[in-house]
Design a protein around this ligand. Sequence first.
Ligand SMILES: [Zn+2]
Length: 252
Amino acid sequence: MALITEEFFVLNEGSSPTGPRKARSTGQILGTADKRDSIYERILNAVMEHRLMPGTKLVEEKLARVFEVNRTRVREVLARLAYEGVVITIPNRGAYVASPSVEEARHVFEARRILEPALIRTLVAKADGGAFKRLYDHVALERAAREDGDKRAVIRLSGEFHTLIAQMVGSPPLIRLMRELASLTCLIILLYDSPNVPACPNHEHSDIIAAMEEGNPDRAIALMLSHLNHVEATLDLSLPEDSEADLEAIFG
Ligand SMILES: [Zn+2]
């Protein structure tokens, strides 16, 4: 947790009582590409854990300072996040954490209902016992975070469960797609969730793994679809679209 809190403060215009803190040194021992990836991962994690809220401005020079890199590198990372829909860039104003509209939220769930059954079918066809153990281990992390009352970690880990399935399928374009959809879902949950509704319920993830382990892709797919419907149903997507007003309220 502490590893990524500093950009929360920095990105919120130094709202921390102690002011911006120095970036950890992990980036310093990494090569250029790794370092860029690590900045990407840290910003993405902060978004997925709701420490960076939709509509938050991502100030290039502050990011450059906290990550101890130049602005060009920050711009590359922001461009990648923008390409993935997690960040939006507004000409002459800068980059902001995206605020998906109701229509975009519906598209995200529709895309997930198309993609995730295919991932499950592919994984069941190629997976060994080790793959299912990794998934169960991940669910154990989710359970531990829930027991600790660590809501941020619960939301991030819930999204990562779905990305992990794509990782085990092993296709880089599908991993990127699933990551993008999982990150957008985290933003959507934050924007449209009813208060106190949990992210993905633990047992639904376990039930999906159990069906895959039994070699029953049809059942696993049915469980995944009802799981996605369940998550979507907990959201209030009847709200009028108001993302412009949100930005005005936050930054006006
Ligand atoms: Zn889930």
